[in-house]
Design a protein around this ligand. Structure first.
Ligand code: GCV
Length: 714
């Protein structure tokens, strides 16, 4: 009997513990109780809420207000269905509420567009109200999430007057998920989509995923890998996709698919996929009609063509425009779009891979249909820790270009590194293309304002998987969060987004916010320093891209590290100036001159654009070799500092999350040391210079680091 009671007590205790512990599943939607003073303050300002409308989207807004407010304010906050009381929140479209329809809000909402919202304090019949309104139900839901975010982050609720609408139309995640459940470049478990069990079995995760996206304004998702399996377009799979699309719909999340260009051959029984052959056109038209009959709200296609072995129009001597336009014509009657990727490869190894995309696309400017977006990676190589902005931005004025960022950290320590990516995203968005004079930033190219394009987009290669915390590393969530917030408004700063995320996810304690903000804001530079400082790039381990591999020399030349760093006894770096590949010439004159001249080229891009002697005098007065040593050592020190700062937060952060991050940081320290020691010893073979005395000498040989068994670091 005694043992039974003990077991029962243990069981009750452990369930309680597991309920209280934070395992990251709730992401930034924890709705934790705010401080006592804020609870008092908010309880005065919010006595109840009223929602107007009957749609599923409005029901979601209602549930969020009910749960979110009750939980954060520490007291039940109820829906009011009859008489308006003092300090009520009203959420709904103007048309759906008598109180709102008569107000001056109609005018103000004119600027909110289809998805924007207005959050406003106003007096109605002598009562103080807070109104969350929009032109659509999804706008109301976006406004609701914003309002709840304000409560959780402690914003004062006086004199509210916030009008916000997205700067970018298609805010889309790209999942590189395969039909067998694996994820290309995924580091957080298996795919979220359980294709084997769909359409019959529905997992709670599907709605939770859509909810998370809606809460940060993401309105679109591509479910499958750009290295697409043609089976995706078979009726069997389309029915599975339809189930997901239905679950996502009330959250405003539209479904898109990656398609294989050769599908007419693979699953259509045709002998060719040539875009200029009428039977191929016909096949796509019928296929698209079938897709829309099964998934009426379908968004369109994402295509990787003539790249890394994927088929495309060039297989038939046709252009990217021929291929994209054929698909665009099939989608156009249904309102669908094509996102055609500019990440292309020639089958032959080029003199400089960085130049390929612009070489293939620029001459097609103006030839694409109106429902085509060209999807361009932030840089011309491949999601490196630091790349200059892609020269295509600003170089194709007649074509809408959309951004492709990588949220999954393929080249940035995967799920081992704490690397807050917003500074990387912002660095690209704020770069000036000078396409139409000073101030022609990449952000203006992609939000359409530079050339008056109405179709605009920003894609993020997702870092989600079926790990309990969604992203493997808890801080990976911040990158998903940040992508959504930036796609809504590229103008928000890295610091603002970090602060929001910390308060929503970890704690609003001032010390936590200050310390973690600092950790996050320094994290990307730490990674650049210990991996690829001063413009080095693509020197990661072969094909898995984890850890150092400056010695990688086998295989296709432009997949090796030596192709990119070009270290020799004379110096190091890829000469892309006019004396080399002249990739600098792909930028507008001001930018080209800036990068091409050694005197003006920023240190961060030095070895990206120049082959520089080892004893070159840097701006700091140090030689290039000393400067490299400094950066690699700073990177390692930065990671160590990050960990000691994190340790000061023990007791202020949920213990489970605290331990999880501590363990990751311990691995990251080892990873950073491995990077530093490998690169310095490897490059030292060419510089023939000693490691300056003030820096630690690597404890092992280069051979040891080259053979290092890093599996336990991943
Ligand atoms: C989906 C890089 C990655 C590939 C990826 C490719 C792309 O090369 O390593 O895994 O393929 O980019 O963006 O298409």
């Amino acid at each position: 009997m005694k043992t039974r009671i003990l077991i029962l007590i243990f069981f009750l205790l452990s369930t309680r513990l597991s309920v209280n512990a934070m395992d990251g599943y709730n992401l930034w939607l924890n709705y934790t109780k705010v401080s006592e003073s804020l609870q008092k303050e908010y309880q005065k300002k919010i006595t109840g809420f009223m929602v107007c409308g009957e749609s599923q989207t409005i029901k979601i807004a209602e549930k969020e207000l009910q749960n979110g407010l009750s939980s954060m304010l520490g007291t039940p906050i109820h829906r009011i269905s009859d008489q308006l009381k003092e300090n009520t929140i009203i959420a709904g479209k103007l048309q759906s509420s008598e109180e709102l329809r008569n107000s001056t809000l109609i005018n103000e909402l004119k600027n909110a567009g289809e998805e924007g919202y207005l959050i406003k304090s106003l007096k109605y019949n002598n009562k103080d109200l807070i109104v969350i309104t929009a032109n659509s139900d999804i706008g109301v839901l976006y406004g609701t999430y914003q309002f709840l975010r304000m409560v959780q982050t402690g914003v004062e609720l006086n004199h509210l007057d916030i009008l916000s609408s997205p700067k970018i139309k298609v805010r889309i995640l790209n999942h590189w998920d395969n039909l067998n459940g694996s994820i290309e470049r995924g580091y957080a478990g298996q795919s979220l989509w359980n294709w084997n069990d769909l359409p019959g079995k529905i997992e709670q995760r599907y709605a939770d995923y859509a909810r998370a996206n809606a809460s940060i304004g993401i309105n679109s998702t591509v479910l499958n890998n750009v290295n697409a399996n043609p089976q995706m377009l078979t009726p069997e799979y389309l029915k599975k996709v339809a189930v997901l699309a239905n679950i996502f719909k009330p959250y405003g999340l539209k479904v898109y698919l990656s398609v294989k260009f050769s599908s007419p051959v693979n699953i259509g029984g045709l002998g060719t996929a040539d875009p200029l052959v009428p039977a191929v056109h016909e096949w796509w038209k019928k296929k698209v009609a079938e897709v829309y009959s099964i998934i009426p709200d379908f968004g369109g296609f994402l295509v990787k063509a003539n790249s890394e072995g994927q088929p495309g129009p060039q297989n038939y001597g046709r252009t990217h425009a021929d291929g994209a336009n054929m698909l665009a014509d099939a989608l156009q009657p249904f309102g669908g779009i094509v996102m055609w990727r500019a990440f292309v490869y020639d089958n032959n190894v080029p003199d400089d891979r960085a130049k390929q995309a612009l070489n293939e696309f620029q001459l097609l400017d103006g030839q694409f249909r109106e429902n085509v977006l060209i999807q361009v990676k932030n840089g011309a190589i491949d999601f490196q820790p630091r790349e200059p902005f892609h020269p295509m931005f600003g170089a194709m004025p007649k074509t809408p270009l959309m951004m492709e960022f990588q949220i999954t950290q393929e080249y940035l320590g995967q799920s081992t590194d704490l690397c807050y990516l917003t500074p990387l995203f912002k660095e690209c968005l704020e770069s000036d293309t000078y396409a139409k004079g000073k101030g022609s930033t990449v952000a203006k190219v992609i939000d359409g304002t530079l050339e008056n394009h109405r179709l605009t987009g920003m894609a993020g290669v997702a870092n989600t998987g079926n790990d309990r915390n969604w992203t493997g590393h808890l801080f990976g969530q911040a990158n998903w969060y940040s992508f959504g917030r930036l796609a809504w408004n590229p103008g928000i700063s890295s610091g603002e987004i970090a602060e929001e995320w910390i308060k929503l996810t970890l704690s609003s304690d001032q010390v936590v916010v200050k310390t973690v903000r600092e950790i996050m804001l320094n994290s990307r530079e730490n990674s650049v320093n210990y991996m690829t400082p001063l413009g080095l790039h693509h020197i990661m381990g072969n094909s898995h891209h984890f850890g150092p591999g400056p010695w990688v020399s086998r295989g296709r030349a432009d997949w090796t590290a030596i192709y990119y760093h070009k270290a020799d006894s004379a110096g190091i770096g890829f000469d892309r100036s006019p004396t080399g590949s002249n990739a600098t010439g792909q930028y507008s004159k001001q930018v080209a001159d800036h990068f091409a001249d050694l005197k003006s080229c920023p240190d961060e891009y030095l070895l990206w654009f120049h082959h520089v002697p080892w004893n070159f005098k840097m701006r700091s007065g140090k030689t290039l070799w000393e400067e490299m040593n400094q950066h690699y050592s700073d990177g390692v020190a930065g990671v160590g500092k990050m960990k000691s700062e994190w340790q000061t937060l023990k007791g202020k952060i949920d213990p489970e999350e605290f331990e999880h991050v501590t363990m990751k940081m311990e691995k990251q320290i080892k990873l950073a040391n491995w990077w530093r020691n490998s690169c310095l010893l490897y490059f030292q073979q060419f510089s023939k210079m000693p490691i300056p005395a003030k820096f630690e000498t690597p404890s092992e040989s280069l051979d040891y680091y080259m053979k290092y068994d890093f599996k336990d670091l991943k």
